[in-house]
Design a protein around this ligand. Structure first.
Ligand SMILES: N[C@@H](CCC(=O)N[C@@H](CS)C(=O)NCC(=O)O)C(=O)O
Length: 314
């Protein structure tokens, strides 16, 4: 089966875009123990994949290593088993994730990897190469392609009948909120800042209006649209608020705050939210070098994510 990953005209690979498929239409069949996830708790995109893994009950089927939370430009994601909560590379024993990317690119006949080495990365231990480094695709693979092996087969985060609506909601939540949280911090002048704030809080107000009437964003069940919004909301008051998104906290929005707690308390999701690493990751990594050169990690705000959400009967 030809790989879906493209070798660019310069001979390199910029991203891995293959798919695990239960119907046998690709080289990547779902198997117990065959795939591995490289992630980091700080990253909302990595969190999408970690949530899919836990929601579907795939912890024993898909192994996972957590990278060093401190990301440096140049060297990229590193394995630091000596740091609390961080793992060694349990598959290849590499020191840097880029080694897996380079070896995978060579395996496909490319001269190297020229894109950004990211988390999440889904790796195939059998064919010894990266399958995908796109979180939206990995979340869908976990949802659909491992039903033979997962604990929660009946959970469908992307039900056929709701797909157009889910994609529509994901589009505006991603543009206004998912990407929107980075706008105010990156603005280079007042005008840019003001318009970034306007865009972000218009998106949050819209989500608040929907979630004050509905338990979930689409239909009457948890879908991937909720997963994708949750990973942003759970970081908002502890990180993005301090990146100049400070018009309002999520805790100041009645519906968004209860919705965030509701999802946080669903199944095993809590186990995927590691505030200590989220804080260290954002405040110590190169993203914040300009505004936090001394790598000071602020105190975690006192917020009770375990407080009763009272949303079951909505
Ligand atoms: N499109 C990718 C983006 C993932 C992504 O941007 N991850 C960031 C961490 S939040 C990363 O690994 N950045 C690496 C770097 O900046 O060197 C996805 O959704 O999976």
């Amino acid at each position: 089966m030809p790989s879906q990953t493209v070798i660019e005209s310069d001979g390199t690979i910029k991203s891995f875009t293959d798919w695990v498929k239960a119907d046998g239409s690709t080289d990547f069949q779902p198997e117990n123990g065959r795939y591995h996830l490289y992630g980091q708790h700080l990253c909302p995109f990595s969190h999408r994949a970690a949530m899919g893994r836990v929601l579907k009950g795939l912890e024993d089927v898909i192994s996972m290593d957590n990278m060093d939370y401190e990301l440096n430009r140049g060297e990229g994601w590193k394995f630091s088993p000596d740091k609390e909560g961080c793992d060694a590379d349990s598959v290849n024993g590499y020191k840097y994730l880029k080694e897996a990317y380079t070896a995978s690119a060579k395996k496909l006949g490319a001269s190297g990897f020229s894109g950004t080495v990211v988390v999440p990365t889904l790796y195939d231990k059998k064919l010894q190469r990266v399958v995908s480094n796109e979180s939206a695709d990995i979340l869908r693979m976990f949802n659909e392609e491992f039903n033979e092996f997962c604990v929660n087969k009946e959970l469908d985060l992307f039900p056929e009948a709701l797909r157009p609506e889910i994609e529509e909601v994901e589009k505006w939540t991603h543009m206004t909120i998912g990407l929107g949280v980075y706008g105010p911090g990156r603005a280079e002048n007042q005008e840019e800042y003001d318009s970034a704030i306007e865009k972000l809080f218009t998106g949050l107000d819209k989500a608040e209006a929907i979630l004050s009437k509905n338990r979930y964003l689409v239909g009457k069940q948890l879908t991937e649209a909720d997963v994708r919004l949750f990973v942003v909301l759970i970081r908002f008051d502890v990180v993005y608020y301090f990146l100049k998104c400070c018009k309002r906290r999520i805790a100041d929005y009645p519906a968004l705050w209860a919705y965030t707690r509701d999802i946080y308390q669903t199944g095993n999701i809590k186990s995927t939210v590691v505030f200590d690493q989220i804080m260290k990751g954002y405040f110590m990594s190169y993203y914040m070098r300009a505004i936090n050169p001394n790598k000071i990690v602020p105190v975690l705000p006192e917020l009770n994510y375990d407080e009763e959400p009272n949303r079951e009967n909505m």
